[in-house]
Every structure is written in C-alpha cells, then in structure tokens.
Design a protein around this ligand. Sequence first.
Ligand code: HEM
Length: 164
Amino acid sequence: MRLALWAALAAWLLVLDDAPARAQEGEEPVAPYVQSDANAGATPIDDPAVLAAFNGRDGINRIVDRTVDLSLEDPQLGPIFQPFDMVRLRRTLKEQFCYLLGGGCTYTGRDMSASHADMGVQTRDFNLLVQHLRTAMREEGVSNRMQNRFLAVLAPMHRDVVQR
Ligand code: HEM
C-alpha cells in the first residue's frame, strides 16, 4: 500500500517535471503531459543541405506562419483551426518543423494523436494543409526536391491526425 502511494507520487512528480510548468506568455494553459522530442512524431532529417534549403530557423518560422495564415483563411480549414490557441500552435509547429529539419530545436508540444484527438480531421483536410505548406515553402524558395524530402517525413503522421 505504502509502495503504491510512493509509486503514484513518483509518477505524478515525473509528469510535473516533464511538462511545461505553466502556460507560456500569451498562451492558454493545457493539461499536463510528458514532454519529449519523440512527441514530434518522426526522426529528424540529418542533412545540413535540407536545413539550408529552408533558410534555417528564420525560413522555417516564415513557412509556419504563412501555412497557418493560409489555413485560417481557407473556408474549409479556417473553422477547424479557429477555436484553438493559434499562439501555441504557431510556437509548437515552429519547434516541430525546426526539430524535424535538423535545426537543433527541442519540441515541447504534445504528440500527434493527442494534438488532433476528437477533431474529426479528414484526408481532404490533411491534403489542403499540405497544399498550403507547399505554397509557403515555394514562396520561401524551397525547391520541389527539398519540399518532398520534408513532406515524406510528415506523410506517415496522417494515421495519427486523420480520424476514420
Ligand atoms: C502532418 C500534418 C500535421 C502536423 C505535423 C501537425 C502538427 C501539429 C502540432 C505540432 C500541434 C500543436 C501540439 C500542441 O499544442 O501541443 C497541432 C495542433 C493542432 N492541429 Fe495539427 N498538424 C497536422 C495536421 C493537421 C490538420 C490536417 C489539421 C486540420 C485541418 C490540424 C489542426 C490542428 C489544430 C486545430 C490544432 C490545435 C489543437 C489544440 O490546441 O488543442 N492539424 N498540430
């Protein structure tokens, strides 16, 4: 019994320790979760040529902001994104893309299943988002070949984002 209590306390402290202690500036609080780069959902691309093609962290940040802007303006996707905290989404997406593109960032967000649970995202939504991401990458001057290398990393996340 005492052991069980200690185990519960240890597990609780572990969660508290790993989760962001409180909401970041300008963001709404979220329920505690275990923070890990593994939550980013894939292994980073280990090729400096790819990071260079995206114009480093500044380029990645511009691409994320443009993708989110285009998604919010989209009549199909806008209403899906609108109710959520876009300050947090922009920050965690920038971290995730930077991490996956080998930019040396830490991903502090939730995993892809938890992030999209009960949202009802369908394949056509997923494809629209990819289309907006392609536009943003093209505007940043990322070649088709380099775009495809990144999209190949994101594509398997379909199974965790889209609801059947
Ligand atoms: C490969 C594709 C996708 C990736 C990599 C991705 C990535 C992310 C990330 C990193 C977060 C934030 C996690 C957090 O707050 O801890 C998030 C949340 C979110 N995503 Fe996605 N996403 C993808 C596809 C989609 C699609 C297709 C939609 C809808 C059309 C969508 C809608 C949302 C919304 C509304 C949130 C906010 C959820 C919340 O605040 O609770 N995502 N996504």
